[in-house]
Each structure stands twice: as structure tokens, then as C-alpha cells.
Design a protein around this ligand. Structure first.
Ligand SMILES: [Mn+2]
Length: 350
């Protein structure tokens, strides 16, 4: 198969071992990061070389990083941005030195993703992450002391309020400007060391609490790709993130961006959009959610996609406990299903 199947691993603290991951049929690459260094600091080379060696011991390749986090000051355009951009570039160079070919990142203000519950029980007893508007409505982070799952708990409530007002002041156009500055500095370095940067869409792809969100829809993805028109500035196309806005035609987006070779990384998962725009994360199969995973795969194969794919969030099943969305069993089932889709699409195309 042309695509490269991968699996996210949170390093030695991950309850799922590299041995287990290597036993998933067709598994090739490990997606990981140095998780014990704060944004804005340089990653120790020892951490990267150790990760590379650990993966190789299990017949796996450490060649995808998710993520090198972008410091809030870069997104806000305040503080010592030039120094922070230097550090970011140095981290790309160091990753490349240890074999990394693709680096994922996002440009989301404050929160990487928003859900209202991480263990919503389905009728079959499995649990998954959900975002229900009736649980969101009425929450105001500027007034209430709220802690939504997935939010960085290292921020105090006062810091969160300060960040939120700074971002509201910045607005969407300000965020675009800072993203452009980031890309103009970082992409030439990525090009030089053979790394493809892959921006992850906002999750969910619409404003939450008035925070600006820009990596959300086809029009904005077009605008993003023009900022620096290079294969080194590509997309991490997350079907579940883009797919939870009804207005996004994920199949059409995949077809369009695969055709111009601007998808470096695919996050494949399914979600079910409810009547009121709420959504539930579901099993990967097309029949389990709102997305047609076959049509998505077909669009990739027909356009010669040879980038990385990983099964994104899974449900918790078979009594497994652990990091919500990142258990072994359902993601392994997802990988197997995705492998099947690719094999079928490739063989029927030939
Ligand atoms: Mn994703």
C-alpha cells in the first residue's frame, strides 16, 4: 500500500506498549512527541534518539511528530515571538535529524479540542467522547469557573480569562496574520530538512466562547495553503474534526487537497452529527456515523495519496481503561478497517 499506517503513542507513560502496537497488522509508523518539555523550549536530542531506538526495537519507524505545540505568544503575536520561532525551528531540525518526516501542529487558541464528556456510554456499553450543546449552553468562561475535559489544567482560571480576552481582541484577521508570520519563518526550515508540516484543523471547526477559529472550512483551507505555497506546508486532514460541521463536505475536501498533494497526514475517525449540531465520536465504520469512510479512502487512493494515516480517537471497549480516545482495542479495529478500505480501493483501481 502507498499510504503509511501509523499509531499515536504517548511515550513510556503510555499504558499501551510498542510491542502491542507492533502486533496490529500493517502497522508501520509511530506518531509521538517529547511530552515533558513545555511549549517554547527546545526538545532534548536524547529524548528523540531514545524514541527512535525504542521504535526500531519493535520494527516500527518514528517518523511523525504530533505535535510540536505552538506557544500562545506566537499565536497572539506578543512577547518574544522571534525567540519562540527560533526554538520552534530548532525543534524541527532536531526532529528531522532523528528521522522525522512529518510534523503536526495546530493554531487553535487556548484549547486543542473541546468536548463536554469523555465517557458517554452508548447502548452497547462502550464509551466515547461527545460534545453536546445542551451541556455547553450557558457556560461562560469569563464568568464561571469551568473546567471542560481536554482543557489544559495548568492554566489558572484567571489566566484562561486573560487569554480569552486577548484572543477576542486579536480576532480572526489578527490570528491569520500571526499564522502567516509563523509559516514564513518555519516552512523554509522544514523544506531544508525534508519535513512536511501538517496543520490540524480546529476541533470543532467553529467558534467556541467567541475565540477566533480559522482552520475550519474549505474557503479557509484554500487561504491557508496559499500563505506559503509549498508541499512542506500541508494539511493534517482530520475527518472527525472537519466532519462535525454539517457544512463541510469532507469527501470533496479530501479529493481536492489530495489531488494537489497538500495532505501530509490523515486522521481517520467517524463522528455522528446530531439534529442540533452536537456530535458523538463513533466507531470508524461508515455505518456507525455521519462520514463515508469508503468515499474518503477512495478519494485518497484515486489521487495517489502516499502520506501518513492514523486511526484517530477510538471508543473504550472490552473493559479497557486509559486515556480517553486513545485506547488500544478500538483504534486497532479502526486501523484494520482502514487497511481493508485501502486494499479494496487500490485493488479495484488497478
Ligand atoms: Mn485529529
Amino acid at each position: 500500500m502507498k499510504m503509511k499506517m501509523s499509531f499515536r503513542w504517548y511515550g513510556e507513560s503510555d499504558p499501551i506498549s510498542l510491542e502491542y502496537i507492533s502486533q496490529i497488522p500493517g502497522m508501520r509508523s509511530i506518531v509521538s512527541a517529547v511530552y515533558d518539555v513545555k511549549p517554547g523550549e527546545v526538545w532534548p536530542e536524547e529524548s528523540l534518539s531514545k524514541m527512535k531506538a525504542q521504535c526500531e526495537e519493535h520494527g516500527l519507524v518514528f517518523d511523525v511528530v504530533e505535535s510540536i505545540p505552538v506557544h500562545e505568544d506566537i499565536k497572539l503575536g506578543r512577547g518574544n515571538v522571534d525567540k519562540l520561532l527560533e526554538v520552534y525551528c530548532e525543534n524541527i531540525r532536531r526532529c528531522a535529524k532523528y528521522g522525522v518526516k512529518c510534523v503536526t501542529y495546530n493554531f487553535m487558541p487556548v484549547f486543542d479540542w473541546t468536548r463536554t464528556q469523555l465517557d458517554k456510554k452508548a447502548p452497547d456499553g462502550s464509551t466515547s467522547l461527545v460534545m453536546y450543546w445542551d451541556q455547553m449552553r450557558g457556560l461562560d468562561p469569563l464568568k464561571d469557573d469551568i473546567h471542560l475535559p481536554g482543557w489544559d489544567s495548568s492554566y489558572t482560571q484567571a489566566e484562561v480569562r486573560e487569554l480569552i480576552s486577548a484572543y477576542s481582541e486579536l480576532g480572526e484577521e489578527g490570528l491569520w496574520k500571526n499564522l502567516e508570520k509563523f509559516l514564513k519563518k518555519v516552512i523554509p526550515v522544514a523544506e531544508e530538512c525534508g519535513v512536511r508540516m501538517a496543520i490540524h484543523p480546529d476541533d470543532p471547526p467553529y467558534p467556541i466562547f467567541g475565540l477566533p477559529r480559522i482552520i475550519t472550512c474549505e474557503e479557509n483551507l484554500d487561504r491557508f495553503l496559499k500563505l506559503v505555497d509549498s508541499p512542506a506546508s500541508s494539511l493534517c486532514l482530520c475527518t472527525g474534526s472537519l466532519g462535525c460541521a454539517k457544512t463541510n463536505d469532507v469527501v470533496a475536501m479530501v479529493r481536492k487537497y489530495a489531488a494537489i498533494d497538500r495532505i501530509a497526514f490523515m486522521h481517520m475517525r467517524n463522528i455522528k452529527i446530531m439534529e442540533d449540531g452536537s456530535f458523538e465520536e463513533r466507531a470508524h465504520l461508515s455505518s456507525c456515523g455521519s462520514l463515508d469512510m469508503f468515499e474518503i479512502t477512495k478519494a485518497l487512493v484515486e489521487n495517489g495519496f502516499d502520506g501518513y494515516v492514523r486511526p484517530d480517537h477510538g471508543r473504550m471497549i472490552w473493559g479497557e481503561t486509559g486515556k480517553p480516545g486513545y485506547g488500544l482495542f478500538d483504534r486497532a479495529l479502526g486501523a484494520t478497517y482502514i487497511n481493508g478500505l485501502f486494499e479494496a480501493c487500490e485493488k479495484s483501481a488497478n
